[in-house]
Design a protein around this ligand. Structure first.
Ligand code: NA7
Length: 543
């Protein structure tokens, strides 16, 4: 393809992270003519971009890996319980090589617009070199976390030192050993950066607004015998993952906090702290539904912070208060709190003294303190869930723009499709389980569901699908009803759109758990997709 050329296809897949890679594979397997469009230079999505020091997945790789290919499961060997970014990216590359995915993907290419042509039943997808892809289906695997969000701090553009964004980290090592380095943002990303950069840095200033809860990861190398055992039992592990709330094999329990005497509760929390990883999920069943239980667990973690951090003022500032634990995704860390005992690591508490501006030479606080910096790292998060789909024009039937449809919040059917936007499919879209379950499980399930729908349409001679507005409204009712029952809405996070000025607030994720979500999708498909409207295929004049 070249500038201005029009190419006729069956489907365009936008994004080549784990969701897009799998969509490319499955659609191509069905014999469809497709192209993948990816802004990055290669596959991997979030793992392609996020090369910052300390980048690591907080799900165990036994879960956080494709389940569709027994061959890939057997040929690939993970080295650690929780894999670091280079290993996950190597895995993505391994899969891409094995399935020859790159033959069907255009890299360093960005979609600039997608417009539905009702008469011809196809999407016109324009990319930044001017090529137009006309395709019956448009699959958006653009990722819930792919549009970085810079902090809205005056003077950022004038900073004269080295500026790094976690999500656009350079492809080479950065040496901070003699530098004065600042970091803004202490979510999962910032916490991971702290644990790595603090090991070898001149002076390190961590600018913290809201402290996050973080729990010990207790990561470990995987024993070869254990790996063999996993490989022998993958089928069972995957089945268990798919039947679980989180789409992964994790501890779980039906035991509410106050059903146990205080000594036993305490013991369970101590054990979970010592075991690390996801052990807290196995402590109590009502962590996210009972505010009193939640507060007791939060207090336990705060006390641990106090035990680890030597300086009482720093310890106090690191203790999260005023929102429930687990309402922000807790990070899993290795020695995060310990790092603040190093003489060259300084916590700057922005709740006491906020940043007034970024200057050419550093950061100036409202109280007048100037922090001189050679380098500044931004780990200020993403325009989550909807950002990537709002970054270009998506125009459905009758000129309806997605930006208008979503101007009062993201609405969708099953997190997969949109009323008024025929043949548009989202992988891991807003109002699905998104960040609340294993995203690779969600990706696979979503794409499998799409393929079954396409099989149905092919068998019936159908050309377009689309959910009815009523079906979308029903799904959104369910999403909202469930959201009200969880403490997840009770913190100011990207989960609820709180980090983007002007964004409609509200939890646009399905909080009923992965297995329930799969059930809803299966019910929707059973009996011929009664909540979708189909139109017969028109015979197309080839472009
Ligand atoms: P998050 O979790 O959205 O964290 C962003 C952090 O950046 C958070 O601590 C913010 O503080 C901070 N932030 C944002 N803007 C500012 C300004 N202006 N000043 C100071 N601090 C600021 O993003 P992550 O990348 O860490 O994690 C995203 C997901 O990736 C995570 O949920 C996991 O699923 C993996 P705030 O809380 O707004 O006070």
């Amino acid at each position: 393809a070249g500038r201005g050329e029009t190419v006729r296809l069956d489907a365009v897949v936008v994004g080549a992270g784990f969701g897009g890679m799998y969509a490319v594979h499955r659609l191509r397997e069905r014999g469809m003519r497709i192209v993948g469009i990816e802004a990055g230079g290669d596959v991997g999505g979030v793992w392609y971009w996020n090369r910052y020091p300390g980048a690591r997945c907080d799900l165990m790789c036994v879960d956080y890996s494709y389940s569709f290919s027994p061959e890939i499961e057997q040929e690939w060997t993970w080295s650690e319980q929780f894999a670091a970014q280079p290993e996950i990216l190597a895995y993505a590359n391994f899969v891409a090589d094995k399935l020859k995915l790159r033959d069907s993907i255009r890299f360093n290419t960005r979609v600039t617009g997608a417009v539905w042509d009702e008469d011809r039943q196809l999407w016109s997808v324009t990319v930044d070199d001017g090529t137009v892809y006309e395709a019956s289906y448009c699959v958006l695997a653009t990722g819930p976390l792919s549009i970085p969000k810079d902090p809205e701090i005056p003077g950022l553009a004038d900073f004269g030192g080295e500026l790094y964004r976690a999500q656009k980290w350079p492809h080479h090592e950065v040496d901070f050993s003699t530098k004065r380095v600042g970091l803004i943002g202490t979510g999962s990303t910032g916490i991971q950066i702290v644990t790595e950069v603090a090991k070898d840095v001149g002076e390190f200033y961590v600018f913290q607004r809201t402290p996050s809860f973080t729990l010990p990861m207790r990561n470990d190398k995987l024993d070869p015998d254990y790996v063999e055992e996993i490989k022998a039992h993958y089928a069972g592990l995957r089945a268990a993952a798919n039947a679980s709330a989180l789409g992964g094999v994790r501890p779980s329990t039906t035991r509410p906090y106050f059903s146990l005497p205080p000594r036993q509760r305490r013991q369970l929390m101590e054990d979970a702290w010592r075991m690390g990883g996801h052990a807290f999920l196995g402590t109590f069943s009502d962590l996210l539904t009972n505010p009193d239980a939640n507060e007791q667990v939060a207090e336990f973690v705060r006390a641990k912070i106090g035990e680890v951090v030597n300086d009482p003022e720093t310890a106090e500032a690191l203790k999260p208060k005023g929102y429930p634990i687990f309402a922000r995704r807790p990070c899993l860390d290795t020695d995060y709190y310990e790092m603040f005992n190093r003489p060259n690591v300084h916590l700057v508490d922005l709740l006491k003294d906020p940043i007034a501006e970024i200057t050419p030479t550093g950061v100036r606080l409202a109280g007048g303190t100037e922090v001189a910096l050679d380098a500044l790292i931004l780990a200020t998060g993403y325009d989550g869930l909807t950002g990537a789909m709002m970054a270009f024009d998506i125009v459905g039937r009758d000129g309806a723009n997605l930006r208008d449809k979503w101007s009062h919040g993201a609405e969708s059917y099953l997190g997969l499709m949109l009323a008024g936007f025929p043949n548009l499919f989202m992988v891991c879209g807003a109002n699905g389980p998104a960040a609340l379950a294993n995203i690779i499980s969600i990706n696979e399930q979503n794409v499998n569901w799409l393929c079954a729908l396409l099989d149905h349409m092919e068998a019936e001679g159908l050309g377009t699908f689309e959910p009815t507005p009523q079906a979308e409204a029903r799904w959104m009712d369910l999403v909202h009803t469930l959201a009200e029952k969880t403490l997840l809405s009770k913190a100011q996070t990207w989960y609820v759109g709180a980090n983007v000025t002007g964004k409609t607030r509200g939890l646009t994720m399905f909080t009923g758990g992965f297995s329930k979500y799969c059930e809803h999708c299966a019910t929707a498909a059973a009996g011929g997709y009664s909540e979708l409207v189909f139109r017969p295929a028109v015979s197309l004049v080839e472009a």
